[in-house]
Design a protein around this ligand. Structure first.
Ligand SMILES: NC(=O)c1ccc[n+]([C@@H]2O[C@H](COP(=O)([O-])OP(=O)(O)OC[C@H]3O[C@@H](n4cnc5c(N)ncnc54)[C@H](OP(=O)(O)O)[C@@H]3O)[C@@H](O)[C@H]2O)c1
Length: 284
């Protein structure tokens, strides 16, 4: 068996490789693909085969993917070019005879208005058209993306944004990584689409209440209009690109793009997902 992990040098990928090994996959059956030399060295030190390949390197991809039982494509992080990068990986996977391609997408990728979705929608369509057997893991937001809010709650006792009453079904990044390892290693998940997220979808009012409980101090949530949110970010001197990212993320939450609860993640993990309160306790 050969299992290829592309994006193995990133935060999700490193945990996915670790999870494969923890699940009993022999390290020499894992091919870890990435570019970062020191991260690749760490993966080699765990006994995996490593391949330093950029997604633009068609030949390198074909070599790394050759005859793989299954391969995991962790969506890239270079906005504007990643669809073409994904296309290269998909075409190389077909040419290399990969048995099943696992791809990390976003919730409800084909229909959602979520800001991040267009690249994922197109990638899912390219995968479908290619005819390759594929497993689509539509990951909800990583809980870690909300750690800054927890820190703000601790420092100021106030959370103010435009997410309103919207809900988000976060789970720790490591659990999405573990689910990816499970889907990569077992053939029973092949050819299916999974909507992965936490077992509970929380509102910011609940986030504030949970933070208050964990911190042992009052935390208040204040709902802002998108305009008030933009003005507050401007007044606080928040970098424009960061303010924009936060505002579109909050729009996704407010508009219900990430509120769906399924048991897909807990099914892949074989246990309930970690609660927000437990995750917050690791941030104290
Ligand atoms: N659901 C969420 O809340 C959420 C949040 C953030 C991101 N994401 C998505 O999930 C993905 C994984 O998250 P992460 O935290 O693991 O991100 P990350 O730490 O930035 O890892 C990205 C990985 O992609 C690899 N990569 C990017 N461009 C590449 C290229 N041109 N050629 C080869 N490898 C390339 C990187 O390789 P090198 O480091 O070796 O260059 C790295 O291994 C992100 O890329 C993003 O699409 C989701």
């Amino acid at each position: 068996m050969t299992l290829v992990v592309m994006g193995a040098t990133g935060k999700l990928g490193r945990v996915a490789v670790r999870s494969l090994i923890d699940r009993g996959i022999a390290p020499n059956e894992i091919v870890a693909v990435g570019r970062n030399e020191s991260a690749l060295q760490e993966l080699a030190d765990q006994g995996t085969t490593v391949a330093r390949v950029d997604y633009s390197d068609t030949e390198g991809l074909r070599r790394a993917l050759d005859g793989a039982t299954a391969a995991l494509l962790i969506s890239g992080n270079e906005m504007g070019v990643r669809v073409e990068q994904h296309r290269n990986v998909i075409e190389a996977s077909v040419a290399a005879g990969v048995g099943n391609l696992v791809y990390t997408s976003v919730p409800n990728a084909r229909e959602t208005s979520l800001f991040l979705a267009p690249d994922h929608k197109v990638t899912e369509e390219i995968i479908e058209k290619s005819g390759i057997s594929a497993t689509i893991l539509r990951n909800n937001f990583y809980a870690e993306g909300f750690q800054a809010d927890f820190t703000r709650a601790r420092d100021t006792g106030l959370l103010a944004n435009s997410a309103g009453e919207g809900r988000v079904a976060t789970a720790p990044r490591a659990e999405f990584a573990e689910a990816a390892a499970v889907a990569l290693a077992g053939r029973e998940w092949d050819g299916k689409i999974y909507e992965l997220g936490g077992d509970h979808a929380w509102t910011y009012a609940e986030f504030a209440a949970t933070a208050a409980e964990v911190l042992g101090k009052p935390v208040r949530y204040q709902n802002l209009s998108p305009e008030q949110e933009a003005a507050a970010a401007h007044d606080a001197g928040v970098d424009e690109a960061i303010a924009r990212r936060i505002s579109v993320r909050n729009a996704g939450i407010r508009e219900g793009a990430v509120d769906r609860i399924t048991d897909d993640l807990s099914t892949l993990l074989g246990r309930p997902t970690t609660t927000l309160a437990s995750t917050m306790r690791t941030w104290v």
